[in-house]
Design a protein. Sequence first.
Length: 637
Amino acid sequence: MLLFRVQTDNIDLLRAQFAAYSKQIPLLYFILCTNTLATAWTFGPLAPRWLCIYFPAALCLFCVIRWLWWWGTRGAALSDAKIIMQTRLTTHLAVALTLVFTIWGLFLYPYGDPYARGQVVFYMALTLIGCVFCLMHLRPAALGVTVTANIPFILFFFFEGHSSLKAISVNLALVSVAMIIILLTYSRDFARLVASQGKTRRLSDENFRIANLDSLTGLANRRWFFAELHRQQASAAASGRSFAVGIIDLDGFKPVNDTYGHATGDRVLTEAAQRIQGACGAGVILSRLGGDEFGFLVESNPAPEDLRALGSAINDVISLPFSIGGSHAPLGCSIGVAFYPQSAATADVLFERADYALYYAKRHQRGQMVIFSTEHEEQIRSHSVIERALLSADLDTELSMVFQPIINLTTGQTVAMEGLARWQSPALGAIPPDQFIAIAERAGLVRSVTKALLKKALAAAITWPDSVRISFNLSAHDLSDAESVVQIIALVNRSGINPKRIDFEITETAMTHDFQQAYAAVRTLKAMGAGVSLDDFGTGFSSLSHVHRLPLDKIKVDRSFITDLVRNPISLKIVKSLTALCTDMGLDCIVEGVETEAQLAILRDLGCTLAQGYYFARPMPAEAVMDYLDDAERKRA
Ligand code: C2E
Ligand code: CA
Ligand code: CA
């Protein structure tokens, strides 16, 4: 009995069977209808109208309706329940129709002459074989049809009396047995085939999963993220919806990794991934892009407020301390976001824009989320114009150096000159240094820019009195590879200047990229005899940890604290504690951006000894330095 039942426990097999037999059922109805009509036509003059016209017409009409139904569902994705239901219905219907058609054939038979009777026998046998073949993939139906048609057929014709009819019925019985054997073998082989296909698919699914998974955090990886980004873009374009792409970069992770080792770094990353995942609700797809960078996609028309809420939720969980060994690591994160289709029309550009927003956050709004805006778009446009101009610039002639004195407040002496870069582009005019240095960094041009500038700075400094040092700004990228440092040392050696007269100003950004490399670079510069100052102090992230760990000589307190020194008691407090800190650590402290007498008075009160700013002198061209120094010396005397 089990052979006749539709088995619903293996839905994969059932689906495969459905896919196969549903293609053949229309053919089955075609065979049934044409054979029936041909037989009915022969019996037209012989049998009553109800038997040779109305009844077969009704049966054929029913067949056509079912045929149309099958035609309508072809290619449709049906649920499991629907497939089970249809398979059961098809099986029951097949048996019921077989019974009705067989009875019709047997009723028709007595009305025929010997030829017409022969046609009925032929019709019944042929239709049976044709239909069973069409139902090959649906074993219960095929068996049901074979049995239902055979029993009345064999009994009827065997006992009809004529010896040739006896022979036909025995013949059909034997053929049916053979057909059943073929059917059973076939359906078993088909089930095996489907099972092995399922196994292959599961294996390749598993391979797919592994290839798209980040093994450390268990999140989806970069490869998957980009594939998903493209999928999202295509589906959003088709349906007219919007979505957002975001990039999260941990602030302060690199020092943890460098100080405590990679095993601890991995643990922190795994925990950070879990926390971020927890902060992302439904509809947010998170991946690890590599290092301490994560990417996320927010589907279905997110509003900027939704993104801001998500950003602060992520920030909150990352700011909670990470315990490593006995201590706690302070981490933060910056996030860049871009919206489709507002920020870009293609997936790749969209990602670039989110990356730009992240870069912007890192530079200007560290620890926050920045959403790509039209302003950023303008910046990118002007950036690319500047980048092109920089790429084709003759650096030796277009770049120049101006110099701004650093004054000892106690003695009034100029102790050093800071070199500041200037670029006069023939096409674009003067471009401010913070702008073109950043662009050179992004375009990978910083090494040649530094080389041109350092040559000029050293050439100028060699003409000054030995008591005046030269202070030179290095970009983070100058410290991030050993070759740049080698180039700097070679230039210093070639210039003939005593390296002891040089100070290199570095910023904290250099430390956050690759602390180990930057640390090695600083050590190398110091080994040569040069001094190292930390620039823009107080603006960066976790400043104190770097001050502790770097062999520094000086610290330059950022201009922003001096600007509102007179009005803002908090700035006053900060400058006070920063100068005290420097004294404690035995470092020289330079305050930048002194513009007024009032500021200077406060700084003197606080005990500051070194200062720089428009109050003393604006940056001046190399040719003006000697006159300035002479002038200052004369005033002092
Ligand atoms: P920085 O190293 O902090 O340089 C100080 C900046 O403050 C200079 O701007 C200087 O002109 C300005 N400044 C000095 N005194 C005052 C003052 O009293 N009031 C005000 N409002 N501003 C004052 P500049 O020359 O535009 O340089 C901007 C930044 O560009 C520099 O900041 C530095 O980060 C970068 N930079 C300049 N030259 C170079 C260079 O040769 N190499 C590298 N890597 N970066 C450079
Ligand atoms: Ca500087
Ligand atoms: Ca500075």
